[in-house]
Design a protein around this ligand. Structure first.
Ligand SMILES: [Fe+2]
Ligand SMILES: [Fe+2]
Length: 441
């Protein structure tokens, strides 16, 4: 028999972690999610397959939602402190996670996410849910259970993407495997992400084989499409009408699909300003990235529903290209420029689609409009914030917007006669194909 006590004692597993221990672990998870989502955002333009860009954009948003909930929960547990200081004792761990941004190639990036980081975070969430108290820490259990399900799905998706990337270019295998192995070794030397106290390390991780990340000047594009710079004749020739009827239906779907540039721009700026702007920036930019991926997917799905073939569908790069080599504020400016320029047409086009009985185009345009109103707010707010941080006049955000218009016009002027005739041919062939499919019913 154990020694008697004058007090009521019971050894319950649920008393394992006190309030501050819990906050410490959740803070570690926050920094892990933040690090991985920033790297994923940075990599969107470097990865070619459209479904991977779209899938990653959704996962970035999921991670940002989880990180946001973690952050709020840490504040609750540490009340009244609203300060989430640096990684602290998890600094070395986060340094290893951050390194995935410097992956030597796209397959290596996908493989490291699939084999090292996503499984580590998934297992830590599972262990946390098993070891923590579902009564005292119930609020965490709700969102972390969802995060665990999402991490399982993310790890499986990345595993497939990595396998495809290596399958498409087997010469990347050796480097990718070595990279993932090195990262796995470094993270396990630190005790993994886990749910134990972080071990204090004296020396910085080694991280051999890093290739410092740089924003690409040209985005990678899915080879299954008709790749080009300028994706419809009206981009180059103002006399070429946006069209009505079937022309408008097609043009609008092409526009939506080509919002692939907006996914890339949002990803690049999320990462570019992650360390200068507050957390709310990352949270907003993740939603922005995801929304643009949904618009792109809407266009793709509509084009597929009309039995068109990706090989005949133009996928361009000119808006992304126009901001290359510039301060990243112009990528933010590009989003703001196009969103504020085009938003007024949307309700009127939704109305036209309604009159054609095309409820799918109407539906997509309608939801798109709601997202774009949110984005116009993001654009203005964050452009002003960046200018303010740089000691410039916040009202100069309109100057940034104007310069974006000029950058695009200058870039459009580089179109060659061959590109002009080629995009006219592609557009005419696609319209003809849509007409024939429609007649064939
Ligand atoms: Fe959009
Ligand atoms: Fe948008």
């Amino acid at each position: 028999m154990s020694e008697a006590s004058n007090y009521l004692l019971s050894h319950q597993a649920r008393a394992r972690w006190m309030r501050f221990d819990t906050a410490q672990l959740l803070k570690r998870f926050f920094f892990c999610e933040r690090s991985l989502l920033v790297s994923q955002a940075a990599w969107i333009p470097l990865i070619a397959p459209l479904d991977v860009k779209i899938g990653m954009a959704r996962m970035i948003w999921q991670s940002a939602e989880t990180a946001h909930a973690l952050r709020e929960r840490v504040f609750e547990l540490r009340f009244p402190s609203r300060i989430l200081e640096e990684e602290g004792s998890d600094h070395a761990l986060i340094t290893v996670l951050d390194a995935v941004k410097d992956s030597p190639n796209a397959a290596a990036f996908l493989l490291a996410m699939a084999q090292v980081f996503l499984p580590a975070l998934r297992d830590s969430y599972r262990d946390y849910l098993e070891a923590s108290d579902p009564i005292a820490d119930g609020p965490t259990h709700r969102f972390l259970s969802l995060a665990l399900a999402e991490k399982q799905e993310q790890a499986a998706a990345f595993a497939k993407w990595a396998e495809d990337a290596i399958g498409n270019d087997p010469s990347l295998r050796a480097e990718s495997v070595a990279w993932a192995r090195m990262l796995a070794g470094e993270i396990s030397a630190l005790g993994g992400i886990g749910i134990s106290e972080s071990c204090l390390v004296e020396k910085e991780p080694q991280l051999l084989g890093r290739k410092p990340y740089a924003v690409p000047d040209r985005p990678a594009r899915d080879p299954q499409f008709a790749r080009c710079r300028f994706y419809w004749p009206d981009v180059l020739d103002p006399s070429f009408s946006y069209g009505e009827g079937m022309q408008l239906q097609l043009r609008s779907a092409i526009s939506h699909l080509n919002e692939v540039w907006a996914i890339e721009a949002a990803g690049v700026i999320l990462s570019a300003f992650a360390d200068t702007l507050p957390w709310e920036w990352i949270h907003n930019a993740a939603r922005w990235t995801y929304d643009e991926s949904r618009h792109c997917q809407m266009g793709f799905e509509r084009l597929m529903s009309w039995n068109l073939d990706p090989r005949e569908i133009p996928l361009g790069t000119y808006i992304y290209d126009s901001a290359s080599g510039q301060d990243p504020i112009y990528r933010l400016g590009m989003l703001y420029f196009f969103e504020t320029k085009n938003i007024r047409h949307k309700p009127e086009r939704a109305q036209l689609f309604h009159s054609y009985g095309d409820m799918l185009s109407k539906h997509d345009m309608d939801f798109d409009w709601a997202d774009e109103t949110i984005h116009a707010g993001y654009g203005k707010h964050w452009l002003k914030e960046i200018l303010r941080l740089r000691g410039q006049n916040a009202s100069a955000y309109e100057v940034v917007r104007e310069k974006c218009g000029e950058l695009v016009s200058d870039y459009v002027r580089t179109a060659t006669p061959k590109e002009i005739s080629e995009i006219k041919r592609i557009a005419a062939a696609l319209t003809e194909k849509a007409r024939r499919n429609n007649l064939a019913g």
